[in-house]
Ligand binder design. Structure first.
Ligand code: ZN
Length: 201
């Protein structure tokens, strides 16, 4: 005989009696476990939560490691002035009708400028040689594009006779000059600002 009793004054009184231990085991085995609702999606959600938490630790560790390698503290990272890049178009000297676009950061000269081009002023496309004279100068230019998987060629109005190497050299020289001029203008402006501030003080 097994007797289970719950006897608390404030609660209902229970007095359950079983014949023997085997009856208790039989009832326990026969009682189905309550099903967990939405078990599968909940399992996926728990797994994702775990992965996100683990990834956050890994990313934080990587960030700290990289900052330590380049000697950049959190304080410097927060307090350093924001420097935006600037995009500027420039004409390629001695090649009228050809221009380029240079993106650079005047406050961070150590960053390599991104140069796009050369582009023709009529079609904003890269000019390619169509006809070359005996000296290697391109006298006719064209553009090649792809339409429906087939290459399509159209002639360009650009008439300047330069070699491909010359065009490249002039293009990069013009880009470099543009960046230098913009940086020196900025330097002058900052110097003037500093002078004005010192006058006020
Ligand atoms: Zn063109």
């Amino acid at each position: 005989m097994v007797t289970c009793t719950v006897d608390i004054d404030s609660v209902v009184h229970y007095d359950v009696q079983f014949f023997d231990e085997a009856a208790v085991v039989a009832i326990r085995n026969g009682t189905p476990s309550p099903a967990i609702p939405h078990q599968f999606p909940m399992g996926i959600a728990f797994l994702l939560t775990f992965c996100c938490a683990a990834a956050a630790f890994v990313l934080t560790g990587l960030k700290d490691y990289l900052q330590a390698q380049i000697g950049l503290s959190d304080r410097t990272l927060i307090l350093q002035p924001e420097s935006r890049s600037r995009q500027q178009r420039f004409d390629v000297e001695h090649v009228p009708g050809v221009y380029g676009v240079v993106e650079f950061s005047p406050n961070a000269p150590e960053l390599e400028p991104i140069v796009t081009g050369p582009l023709c002023a009529w079609h904003a496309c890269t000019p390619e040689p169509a006809q070359v004279d005996s000296e290697g100068k391109v006298i006719e230019w064209q553009h090649t594009s792809e339409e429906d998987g087939k290459p399509v060629t159209r002639s360009c109005l650009l008439k300047t006779a330069v070699t491909i190497g010359e065009l490249d050299r002039l293009f990069y020289e013009s880009a470099e000059r543009t960046v230098l001029m913009a940086s020196s203008h900025l330097g002058e402006r900052l110097a003037k600002q500093a002078l004005r501030q010192s006058d006020v003080v």
